[in-house]
Design a protein around this ligand. Structure first.
Ligand code: FES
Length: 129
């Protein structure tokens, strides 16, 4: 797991990612954010305490977690399961939980939801899932 801010095109603190209402019925939204420095892949998922966000790249093969399907949130809402080879990551901190995810982790993007329901990049070190 690295710091998403080190990646090219990473959205800055305060950047709008999406309206929280845009998450699909399963609680997932994959999108590219472009702040003028190229597309930056983001995965938003619904957590118990609010949305969680990750760089939408699986550390197993650097493919988007949603490459084959957007159905990446486990039925109990605690894991992101990569649609490629089923690696599972905890939404609380992106850490590997099962399968090919052991020993690796997702890059967490700390987020908050503002008064208008917009999911925004939060200050470093915060997670809300
Ligand atoms: S690319 Fe995600 S498990 Fe292989």
């Amino acid at each position: 797991m690295g710091d998403f801010r080190d990646l090219p095109g990473a959205p800055p603190t305060g950047a709008a990612l999406a309206e929280a209402a845009r998450l699909d019925a399963a609680g997932v939204l994959a999108l590219d954010i472009d702040n003028g420095d190229g597309a930056f892949p983001v995965l938003l998922v619904k957590g118990a305490a609010g949305p969680a966000a990750f760089v939408n790249l699986c550390p197993h093969r650097d493919l988007p977690l949603t490459y084959r399907s957007n159905a990446v949130l486990s039925a109990d809402g605690t894991l992101v399961r990569c649609s490629n080879h089923d690696a599972a990551f905890r939404i609380t901190d992106g850490s590997g939980a099962d399968g090919l995810a052991h020993g690796c982790a997702l890059d967490v993007i700390p987020v908050t939801v503002d008064a208008d329901g917009i999911i925004r990049v939060d200050a470093p070190g915060r997670t809300s899932a």
